[in-house]
Design a protein around this ligand. Structure first.
Ligand code: PLP
Length: 403
């Protein structure tokens, strides 16, 4: 029988590298290997008790039916309120309300839908590197063209406004979307208000000539260290509200990764388009997860702050140990729960981070995520969303192995 041919839009789209690597780690563990797994992309906490209770209560109240496609009205209202509190400059003039919110299956679906709604074949989607590895793949699925913007570790992985301006000029009228992600996966870098204002200024200058949008992925907003404040893009650039989609969710903040709750906040016009798209793709998300999310959003910030303090302590622990190896270069993470390690000095000739991770796994029994699919082939990502003892063991093994 002739081989099956799948749709062209799938050609060149990669499977999620983190998921693939995790499967390999599980396999080795099942063979009895003592692997220290530093690949986790999710919190190691449980959701707050009140959130668990809310699900049980929703089951008892028989909340079994389809919900409205964009989400339960109260949930959408709470999301709008929370977004307003992070964007007070905008909220004073033009607060978001429930009609600006679509609740999706994770922030992932929200970003996917936004790209589907905005990008036509051949449109340029500008993505600063290192990037969350799904952005370019989702862009390809929307038949767009990922345009990678270089940043440098020695400049703290910060996107220079001049680089953005250059890329926008080069993409010309095909420039359609800029994706921003602060705090960042994989670097843990946090953009300051001044940095976001400067990038927003470039967007504003170029937007006149083309219909340019910003997708601001703020999924790690509640995890920032050293008392550094998180700044939402539209707090720094409220004048860009009509062309910005803010993405967020409860996966990282409330340790609800498997419950699949994320959202977009955008103009009513775009929200209507996203609602149409989601209505034909998945409908409203799981009703029980939505009731849980209502409870999660009503909890005081303090509950989540506790988790952040734990991550901060672990970051300090990891930096202290990894700092002993001259072969590891590190930009101090300011948020999220990842460290992005420059391992150029530990590579064999012709090797990139893929080969390095394979060797680290089989020789040091430490699982790391290669930086290549994040756009940084001489880096690896490690997570500190795991207990102190395991984290210590993993970092020490790595430092020892690199000797
Ligand atoms: N954005 C970034 C930067 C992420 O790291 C992730 C998950 O790892 C997501 C979005 C999507 O998360 P979820 O779909 O679980 O909300």
């Amino acid at each position: 029988m002739a081989a099956h041919v799948f749709a062209q839009r799938l050609q060149g789209v990669s499977e999620s590298a983190t998921l693939k690597l995790n499967a390999l780690v599980q396999e080795l563990k099942q063979q009895g290997q003592d692997i220290v797994n530093l690949t986790a992309g999710e919190p190691d906490f449980a959701p707050p008790e009140a959130v668990k209770e809310a699900v049980i209560d929703a089951v008892r109240r028989d909340q079994n039916r389809y919900t409205p496609v964009p989400g339960l009205p109260e949930l959408r209202r709470l999301i709008a309120e929370r977004t307003n509190s992070q964007q007070p400059e905008l909220a004073r003039q033009q607060p978001w309300g429930a009609p600006n919110v679509v609740v999706s299956n994770g922030g992932k679906q929200a970003i996917f839908s936004a790209l589907q709604a905005l990008v036509d074949p051949g449109d340029a989607v500008l993505i600063p590197a290192p990037y969350w590895l799904s952005y370019p793949e989702m862009t390809k699925l929307a038949q767009g063209r990922p345009v990678i913007l270089a940043t440098e570790a020695k400049a703290g992985w910060k996107l220079a406004p001049s680089e953005l301006s250059r890329a926008l000029d080069q993409a010309g009228s095909r420039a359609r979307v800029l994706i921003l992600n602060s705090p960042s996966n994989p670097t843990g870098i946090l953009c300051s208000r001044a940095e976001l204002t400067a990038l927003g200024e470039v967007v504003r200058r170029h937007a006149g000539a083309r219909d340019l949008w910003v997708i601001s992925d703020e999924i790690y907003d509640s995890i920032t260290f050293d008392n550094r404040p998180f700044c939402s893009f539209l707090s720094a650039c409220p004048e860009l509200a009509a062309r910005t989609v803010t993405i967020n969710g409860l996966s990282k903040r409330a340790a609800m990764t498997g419950w699949r709750v994320g959202w977009s906040v955008a103009s009513a016009e775009l929200t209507q388009a996203l609602q149409t798209l989601q209505g034909q793709a998945t409908s409203g998300i799981n009703s029980l997860a939505q009731w849980a999310s209502i409870a999660a959003l009503k909890l005081p910030e303090e509950i989540y702050r506790q988790h952040t303090l734990v991550y901060e302590r672990r970051r300090n622990l990891a930096l202290e140990i990894l700092g002993r190896s001259p072969k590891i270069k590190l930009v101090r993470p300011e948020g999220a729960f990842y460290a992005f390690l420059g391992i150029g000095a530990g590579l064999k000739p012709g090797e990139d981070s893929m080969g390095f991770c394979e060797r680290a796994l089989t020789e040091a029994l430490v699982a790391l995520v290669p930086g290549t699919p994040f756009g940084a082939p001489d880096h690896v990502r490690m997570s500190f969303a795991l207990d102190d003892a395991t984290l210590r063991r993993g970092c020490e093994r790595l430092v020892e192995w690199l000797k």
